[in-house]
Design a protein around this ligand. Structure first.
Ligand code: PLP
Length: 487
């Protein structure tokens, strides 16, 4: 058997060949390689995108049951990451997380998850009917951000819930902070359970020694990665890896058949194949440069009065063992403005878009496409931001004590399908919430679907509202009313 070389991109090459051969297309999609697309569509999107936008035709395999070039590309992907099996995803990392939940827990079964689980994990829990058992992440109150979870808290959850079927955690966080996955894997495996990781923000960890070790290298059983977030594939393209036997691969493949589209985009899949090829071939050099640029940005920020940022020294605290140095979190707290104000200023005064902002911080992702000029431009803009804002009183976060996690009366799935009532917030006391309510900072939900609305929770929401904090989740954005289960 001839093994395909890791430097090749068999799927992307097959797609390009199909376009080059100018095959007469009596198949979907309707634009037939662009000839049917409007002049506006061609002008805006470019003809090449249409030429390459094909579907599962003869010789191009089937994402849901791959036996040809997709399988070959997925095998190369697995080899690149040291996984036993890897799967292309065309519905984002979200679909990978949903697949991991559906692939490991069923209705009424328990899964241990972080309280600040991503929205797609909530969807996965609703789809599967599982009962979430929450582990609260650590919080840095100074910086106003949630960190990872500690092995001690995972162990507590494992002891309290001996029937749990799986553990699904996030590492790294959006801000690049990683948890002690090796220690957690040992605890989880002691009970014969799989440890699954939302590694949406860590696919590059496998290609540079100055980045934290990847989840698969720490004994984790499966992880979903946002190739499009950090590497150079197209938005919405992601992948999923499995290692070892604790995750049933047959079941996982079947689940992917349930949740992925039957019309997988070959543009997305080709971009995944090429992103893997690029990392294997040039990843180390690309990431060396990326890390240098991020360090230059970090050092420049440190020279600006009123701004602070952090490096690896940040990670000597609970829930933070290492840091992805390509992420640069800048606190603008010392300028007396919010992160959101800084984001708008950078966008509209300087044409610079940040990744995210919160009460105190703006987050910059330095990536393979970042240039020296970009970093210099950003530093100049930040210097101006500093000049224009003399320090005012620093606003303190009033989230020292989040209300205790309330009683879970029914599963999120039962809450999702229950008949609804929308009631004034004050009248929601004792009712079962159908919604998630998350206050920022620190971005940890105080209420999840299926949980009892306690007086402490109402009080906390009122306090956060009065003090102008951002609250996300409920249909009523102003949170005067809450959707609860009808009595
Ligand atoms: C931690 C985390 N997990 C999962 C996701 C979902 O990824 P995707 O947008 O690729 O579906 C995100 C998206 O931002 C995320 O931040």
């Amino acid at each position: 058997m001839v093994m395909t070389d890791l430097g090749q991109a068999p799927l992307a090459e097959a797609v390009a060949r199909y376009a080059k051969d100018k095959v007469t297309r009596f198949h979907m999609p309707g634009h037939k390689g662009g000839t049917g697309a409007s002049p506006e569509a061609l002008a805006i999107l470019g003809r090449r995108a249409f030429e390459l936008d094909i579907t599962g035709v003869e010789g191009l395999d089937d994402l849901l049951q791959p036996t040809g070039v997709i399988r070959e590309a997925e095998e190369l992907l697995a080899r690149a990451f040291g996984a036993d099996a890897s799967y292309f995803l065309i519905n984002g990392t979200s679909s990978g997380l949903q697949a991991l939940i559906l692939g490991t827990v069923g209705p009424g079964e328990e899964i241990i998850v972080p309280r600040n689980m991503h929205k797609s994990m909530v969807s996965g829990v609703i789809l599967s009917g599982a009962r979430p058992v929450f582990v609260t992440p650590e919080v840095d109150r100074e910086q106003g951000i949630a960190l990872g979870v500690t092995p001690e808290k995972v162990e507590e959850a494992l002891v309290a819930h001996p029937k749990a079927k799986a553990v699904l955690l996030i590492s790294p966080t959006y801000y690049g902070v990683t948890s002690d996955l090796a220690a957690i894997a040992a605890l989880v495996h002691k009970r014969g359970l799989p440890l699954l990781i939302d590694e949406a923000h860590g696919p590059h960890f496998y290609f540079h020694e100055d980045l934290p070790p990847g989840a698969l290298r720490q004994g984790v059983d499966a992880c979903a990665q946002g190739a499009h977030k950090i590497l150079c594939s197209l938005t919405q393209s992601s992948w999923l890896h499995v290692k070892g036997e604790r995750v049933d691969r047959g079941r996982l493949r079947a689940v992917l058949g349930v949740i992925l589209s039957t019309s997988a985009s070959y543009l997305l899949m080709a971009s995944l194949d090429l992103a893997r090829q690029q990392m294997v071939r040039d990843g180390r050099a690309i990431l060396t440069r990326t890390l240098e640029l991020a360090e230059r940005l970090r050092n420049g920020v440190r020279r600006l009065p009123g701004l602070t940022t952090f490096g690896r020294e940040y990670c000597s605290r609970a829930g933070a063992v290492d840091l992805d140095l390509t992420k640069v979190t800048v606190s603008v707290k010392g300028l007396g403005i919010t992160g959101q104000q800084a984001e708008l200023y950078l966008r509209y005064e300087h044409g610079i878009q940040v990744e995210l902002s919160d009460l105190y911080n703006v987050l910059f992702i330095v990536g393979p496409g970042t240039t020296e000029e970009d970093v210099e431009r950003l530093l100049k803009a930040l210097a101006e931001l500093v000049r224009e804002n003399t320090a005012r009183a620093v606003r303190q976060i009033g989230v020292d004590a989040l209300p205790p996690i309330p009683r879970q009366v029914i599963t999120p799935r039962e809450a999702f399908f229950a008949p609804a009532d929308t009631v004034p917030l004050v009248a929601a006391k004792g009712r079962i919430s159908m919604e998630t309510v998350t206050c920022y900072p620190p971005g940890i939900p105080i209420l999840c679907p299926g949980e009892e609305v306690t007086p402490e929770i109402i009080e906390h929401i009122e306090f956060m509202k009065e003090n102008g904090y951002r609250i996300q989740g409920p249909q009523d954005g102003g949170l005067t009313r809450l959707r609860v289960v009808k009595e």
